[in-house]
Design a protein around this ligand. Structure first.
Ligand SMILES: Cc1cc2nc3c(=O)[nH]c(=O)nc-3n(C[C@H](O)[C@H](O)[C@H](O)COP(=O)(O)OP(=O)(O)OC[C@H]3O[C@@H](n4cnc5c(N)ncnc54)[C@H](O)[C@@H]3O)c2cc1C
Length: 433
């Protein structure tokens, strides 16, 4: 019987490795986080094999809003608890938690409540700001290496509001962004419309986060896959069902019985990471948070991507269409598209973009954000030559490149920044396998 590694002894210690050409990193999960880590490992001279279970449509990385918005706050914040009940009872609200008997959901909600306290929020903002800064720098290097400058637009990402309350919230958030060193530009509703006439008369103002960029996330994933192949990386289709470590190698057993072998292991399987972590004797608390998108073809589409503050809907120009994405539904692992949620996306966006009132939406899609209770990703060592990188919630694309950098620093024994310590897994042993 395989003995789960005694992981506690590895946590918090930077792994020091002597890397050779014989080293192979097995990466479980080929979403944006796994792909970016694979790319970084190949660039460091390691052999890489990505194991991925899904069709592309399973991965949140394929259909998200494509906004890279460093400095964005975590989901748990002091503003959430006073509004939570109202949001849960309002069918138009972006938040939905259909009732279900789930101990893990209850635990997650209790931990989420704790993370909404002002001190936790401030600490999370600082850490996410630092990871966002690192990621933004590494993103430019990634684009350079992919040779894909046309992949993204750099017009910034706007925070747009219609109400006085929205303006107050936006001002608080943009003050945070400035404290974190991210540049912002404030515009009145009129000035926004002069620059981008798609935004309607009810829009009262916007703050443009000028370092934000946007892109089609599926194009980014494709460009990464092509580059990984060109650098000699392997990709194998299959669901990892078991993990063992013997003779200084990790063995990943796939559905159908094939076994992939590597000297190092990275678990980056998005919302499906917790059961894989449990195979190493670890328990991590995460919930899948379903989000949706629809596409619209507009006569006068917005040119500036934005997040609509009151409805938390993201609007992104993408390949001649406009993508409207949002909602946060805590309903477990499922890909059921609830028509009412899709309808709310269109209605919520039309309040800001009047043309949408009479424009049909199509291609509904949903994906599962891997959400930790404290809103921070989990990045760090979890066993001998094993790391985890997951829990990026609403910010996987934004934070993937910095995540890959931290994993490489840890793998190669390079110094890591002090703020990255709070992202390391808080290891509790799972009971049994
Ligand atoms: C509607 C919506 C809008 C969003 N907008 C943005 C945005 O604008 N900006 C932003 O930064 N983020 C955004 N996000 C969040 C972002 O999409 C996620 O944080 C990110 O995609 C998570 O990436 P990942 O690689 O961790 O997981 P995924 O992309 O989910 O990839 C996980 C992969 O692991 C594979 N896998 C799972 N289990 C196994 C197994 N046992 N064996 C092998 N493979 C396995 C799956 O097949 C999958 O391909 C949005 C999300 C949603 C849903």
């Amino acid at each position: 019987m395989h003995e789960p590694p005694r992981v506690a002894q590895f946590a918090g210690r930077v792994q020091s490795v002597a890397h050779t050409a014989n080293e192979r990193v097995l990466i479980i999960g080929g979403g944006i986080v796994g792909l970016t880590i694979a790319h970084a490992a190949l660039r460091r001279g390691l052999a890489v094999e990505i194991l991925d279970a899904g069709t592309d449509s399973c991965s949140a990385s394929q259909g998200n809003a494509g906004q890279i918005a460093p400095g964005h706050p975590p989901i748990p914040s002091p503003a959430v608890p006073p509004r939570a009940l109202h949001m849960l009872l309002d069918p138009r609200s972006p938040l939905s938690i259909p009732p279900r008997p789930s101990l893990s959901l209850l635990r997650w909600l209790l931990a989420f409540r704790q993370a909404c306290k002002p001190a936790s929020y401030e600490a999370s903002m600082q850490t996410l700001g630092s990871l966002g800064r690192l990621s933004r720098e590494r993103f430019d290097e990634l684009i350079e290496d992919l040779g894909a400058k046309s992949l993204h637009t750099t017009a910034g990402v706007a925070d747009i509001w219609r109400t006085k309350a929205g303006e107050v919230d936006a001002a608080a958030e943009s003050a945070w962004m400035e404290r974190l060193g991210f540049a912002t530009e404030s515009l009145s509703g009129r000035a926004l419309r002069a620059r981008d006439p798609a935004w309607g008369p009810d829009v009262r103002g916007a703050v443009i986060h000028t370092e934000g960029v946007c892109l089609d996330p599926a194009d980014l994933c494709n460009a990464l896959r092509n580059r990984i192949k060109a650098l000699g990386g392997r990709m194998r289709h299959g669901c990892v069902l078991d993990l063992k470590r013997t003779d200084e190698h990790w063995h990943a057993t796939l559905h159908g019985g094939q076994v992939a072998r590597g000297t190092r292991l990275v678990i980056s399987a998005g919302t499906w990471s917790p059961p894989l972590a449990r195979m190493l004797g670890l328990h991590i608390t995460m919930q899948p948070a379903k989000g949706y998108h629809v596409a619209v073809k507009m006569n006068c589409p917005p040119v500036i991507a934005g997040v609509l503050r009151e409805s938390k809907i993201a609007v992104t120009p993408m390949g001649g269409l406009t993508r409207i994405a949002g909602t946060l539904e805590l309903s477990g692992v499922n890909f059921r598209i609830v028509p009412q949620r899709i309808a709310q996306l269109a209605i919520g966006a039309a309040a800001f973009l009047p043309e949408l009132t009479h424009t049909p939406t199509y291609s509904p899609w949903c994906g599962l954000r891997p959400c930790t209770a404290n809103g921070l990703p989990i990045i760090g060592p979890i066993g001998p030559e094993a790391w985890i990188a997951t829990g990026h919630g609403m910010m996987g694309v934004t934070l993937a490149t910095g995540t890959a950098e931290l994993v490489m620093q840890q793998m190669f024994g390079d110094p890591s920044p002090a703020w990255a310590l709070s992202l390391r897994p808080k290891i509790q042993h799972a009971h049994g396998r």
